[in-house]
Design a protein around this ligand. Structure first.
Ligand code: FAD
Length: 458
């Protein structure tokens, strides 16, 4: 191996770490502290040519490949014991053409890199809500965030990708070129190669948007959720609302006596005028005075970073997601019963509303795992500061998921929220698109070189 490590170092311009090297430990760390992996090598690639060399090297040496962007995959799939981790984090350059409203984004960029560069021009692309998440994993699974109600998923705004496939080819894929591959990478995850560049269409957004959060205690959950059920779908598309079941954070705008109390928050981000946002907050409040609320204009980039600290790396997590058509009374019963049973104050459940912009891309235009009908993408995430208590919280997430199943759209979910390999759930998520994904996988990666992902078996 020593000789071949030297060989990899000669063909990759970025740093290559072996376990004994300084820097190896920092480079192998993942967001979810539960997964500590020991790759034989980590290649911090800097270009498509580096990725090409790394892929060819791993295939020749019979090394398993893992691809890391933001490292947020819940199951730690971005690394691999004994294999080669292709670490894209140095490929985080973002160049913006404000006239054409396009951004070229390195395959290892984080959302904060994307937001910082695009917001300089008052532009943005729909992406997630935590700025240290990777553009790579998020986009390839779909990508949903505050702008999705206006402009759809991240993949709905993707113009093209540059991708290194399993045989080491560097290809461009768009609707005009390698269209089958372009279809597959828009939702099919990391199955088809290493994306070295994403080209996004941009939209005007911000730089100042309207933020609002209203929080109610646990005993008011059912009323809050019933009101949200009526109000959220009827709000204008400029106002996006996420329902969060959580313990109130120790944020400056949270009164001291409310901090850490369990309850329900409606969090709204408005891209329209302040009056529209205020009216939306009134409707979300309904006749129920919240325990506290905070409404303020805020830079879009600040909104994108508000949840960063609450989701800091180095804690222990488990997650299970589902799709719900609406918040029926039985769904609300399950949620309010189960939320009272979590044991870690850090664990949460979130519901993202998917409608308007999400519905404007035809179902079969992308490989996205989820039909284009109005729905909530729900994520239930266990979080503990150490390993202690994680098993109990994992069991709680599973109980909640099981109890919701009779009311869910299917056993499928947003594939980026599947924390453990589960072929049945993956098939249910993709539905009839699954077979087309298999066909595309057979063409571009017949030997399943890229399998540390939500794997589509060739
Ligand atoms: P990584 O672990 O680095 O990558 C995940 C997988 O993606 C890898 O195993 C690899 O297969 C593949 N991959 C990554 N980059 C590339 C690339 N360039 N080329 C080929 N394959 C690649 N999702 C949302 O849609 N909206 C949200 O608001 C949101 N918020 C989140 C907040 C937190 C704190 C977390 C942990 C997750 C969140 N997610 C959200 C889910 C998120 O989309 C997934 O966890 C996603 O996989 C993260 O991507 P990453 O690049 O950070 O992860």
């Amino acid at each position: 191996m020593t000789q071949s490590v030297a060989e990899l170092r000669t063909v990759v311009s970025g740093a290559v770490y072996a376990p004994q090297d300084e820097g190896y430990d920092a480079a192998r760390r993942l967001w979810n502290a539960e997964h500590v992996r020991e790759p034989a090598l980590i290649a911090q690639v800097r270009s498509a040519a580096d990725v090409q060399a790394a892929v060819r090297y791993a295939v020749a040496e019979g090394l398993e490949i893992a691809v890391r962007c933001g490292g947020h995959n819940m199951a730690g799939l971005a690394s691999v014991d004994g294999g080669l981790m292709i670490d894209l984090s140095r490929m985080n350059q973002v160049t913006v053409d404000p006239e054409a409203r396009r951004a070229r984004v390195g395959g290892g960029a984080l959302l904060r890199d994307l937001d910082a560069a695009t917001q300089q021009h008052g532009l943005a692309v729909p992406a997630g809500m935590v700025s240290h998440t990777g553009v790579g994993g998020l986009t390839l699974g779909g990508g949903m965030g505050w702008l999705s109600r206006m402009h759809g998923l991240s993949i709905d705004n993707l113009e093209s990708v540059q991708i290194v496939t399993a045989d080491g080819s560097i290809l461009r894929a768009s609707t005009d070129e390698n269209a089958d591959l372009f279809w597959a990478v828009r939702g099919g995850g990391g199955n088809f190669g290493v994306v070295t560049e994403f080209e996004f269409r941009l939209h005007q957004a911000g730089p100042i948007v309207n933020y609002g959060i209203a929080f109610w205690g646990q005993d008011q959950g059912a009323e809050v959720l019933r009101n949200a059920r009526e109000v959220i779908p009827a709000l204008p598309r400029e106002v996006n609302v996420v329902i969060v079941c959580l313990n109130a954070p120790p944020a400056p705008f949270v009164p001291a006596e409310q901090r850490f109390k369990p309850g329900y928050a409606l969090v709204a981000v408005g891209f329209g005028p302040a009056e529209q946002h205020a009216a939306a907050m009134d409707r979300l409040r309904g006749t129920l005075p919240p325990a506290f609320e905070f409404i303020s204009p805020m830079p879009y980039v600040a909104v994108q970073q508000l949840l960063d600290e609450a989701n800091a790396a180095g804690r222990y997590h488990y997650e299970k997601g589902t799709y719900l058509e609406t918040l029926t009374d039985p769904v609300i019963d399950v949620l309010t019963t189960q939320m009272a049973q979590k044991t870690s104050p850090m664990s949460i459940a979130l519901m993202y509303r998917l409608d308007h912009g999400y519905l404007e891309t035809p179902d079969d235009a992308t490989a996205f795992g989820g039909r284009r009908t109005p729905r909530y993408a729900m994520f239930t995430m266990a979080t503990t500061p150490g390993l202690d208590g994680l098993d109990a919280e994992r069991a709680w997430v599973r109980r909640l998921w099981d109890a919701l199943q009779p009311h869910a759209i299917s056993i499928g979910s947003y594939v980026n929220g599947i924390a453990e390999p589960d072929e049945a759930r993956l098939r249910a998520s993709y539905g009839p698109k699954y077979d087309r994904l298999v066909e595309t996988k057979r063409k571009y990666d017949p030997d399943n070189v890229f399998h540390r992902n939500q794997n589509i078996k060739p």
